[in-house]
Design a protein around this ligand. Structure first.
Ligand code: PMV
Length: 347
């Protein structure tokens, strides 16, 4: 008797937030809206193959990460799939084989949960269509975003190309806490935005993002922070539309530094920035003052600095990065990435 097998495979980009999601309720419902853009070369490639069960055992999941069975990742995916019981009841009828790999070094300190769960959300949304013999529908990416969010909040923003908003208080049509939506009105200045990621230290993160979000629950500045993020979301959506670089840079830096200010002032405090992170920020500010180039930065929940700039000043800024940062600051590496094309279906 032939076994019933379905397969889906996607390459999904990571994303970098401009307005930060930091603080959450149950099931990754965010405390404030956030805005990000999809990266180009930092991606996860995942293939999910499911086979109709011929046994009574609980959910069986096998997972290979970069060609090798990975137990920690397998357990995380198993828990995720079990948590989707009500959402996708067919999960219990199949055995899962997941093959996944990242295009960026996993020790680089770049968050990979966004691209990993983005890819899983896309695969599961597609498998759901195949099993239920549904045709393509316009809500496909919205549903993939919703499924991705249930794995990792920021993953909700990874299933689209370009700039993306997540959270009900965003001014973008269709905005929701449950899924992210694409921002369509974007000035050409931002379409090819470059993101040179200065890897300050290549180690693992010192605080998990779940532990980080939890620090906001009793944070004395929480409500003020959420209100600020709502204001910054409104402003940046407008700025992306008008092409106002100066305001873009102000909001982006304000968000990056506030994220770390929240960590610094939480109890217990969390210090993720390193001396070299501050040195790089200082150099960016000095270079901007001296040259007037369009250059800004953002920072994730880690020490790495993402240098953002449009194509217009690419040559000068690449020169600055080589001479002032690579040659003068002790860093672990540089990934020259940019705003990317979004997810790609491969199977
Ligand atoms: O999706 P999580 O739980 O890993 O949280 C991501 C939090 C930040 O990366 C710091 C900010 C963001 O909006 O991506």
């Amino acid at each position: 008797m032939s076994q019933k097998v379905y397969t889906s495979g996607w390459i999904c980009p990571s994303n970098i937030a401009l307005v930060k999601y930091w603080g959450k309720q149950q099931a990754q419902i965010p405390q404030n809206p956030s805005v990000s853009f999809a990266l180009d070369i930092c991606t996860t490639e995942t293939v999910v193959e499911i086979t109709l069960k011929n046994h009574q055992y609980e959910l069986q999941v096998g997972l290979d990460f970069e060609g090798i069975p990975n137990e920690a990742f397998r357990i995380r995916m198993l828990k995720y799939l079990l948590s989707l019981n009500n959402e996708l009841p067919w999960i219990n009828d199949y055995d899962f084989k997941i093959t996944t790999r990242n295009t960026f070094p996993h020790s680089a300190g770049i968050a990979s949960s966004a691209s990993a769960f983005g890819a899983m959300g896309l695969c599961l949304a597609r498998l759901n269509q195949k099993i239920n013999a549904q045709g393509d529908h316009e809500d496909f990416f919205r549903y993939a975003s919703h499924l991705a969010r249930l794995g990792s909040g920021s993953a909700a923003r990874s299933v689209y190309e370009g700039f993306v908003a997540w959270g009900k208080d965003s001014p973008v049509e269709g905005a929701s806490d449950e899924w992210a939506v694409k921002i369509n009105q974007v000035d050409p200045l931002f379409r090819n935005l470059n993101d040179s990621i200065i890897l300050i230290s290549a180690g693992q993160k010192e605080v998990s993002s779940s532990a980080g979000h939890a620090l906001m629950d009793k944070h004395p500045f929480a409500e003020v922070r959420y209100a600020q993020a709502r204001r910054n979301t409104l402003k940046i959506t407008e700025v992306l539309n008008t092409g106002d670089w100066q305001s873009f840079a102000e909001i982006t830096e304000n968000e990056a530094l506030t994220l770390h200010a929240m960590m610094l002032s939480s109890e217990p405090s969390v210090i993720l920035l390193k001396p070299a992170s501050l040195l790089v920020i200082d150099k960016i500010k000095l270079f901007r003052k001296a040259t007037g180039c369009k250059i800004t930065f953002t920072i994730d929940a880690g020490p790495n600095i993402h240098i953002l700039y449009p194509d217009e000043h690419r040559e000068a800024i690449m020169g600055f990065i080589e001479s002032e940062i690579r040659n003068k600051v002790e860093i672990a590496g540089i990934i020259h990435d940019k705003a990317g094309k979004g997810p790609l279906e491969i199977r």
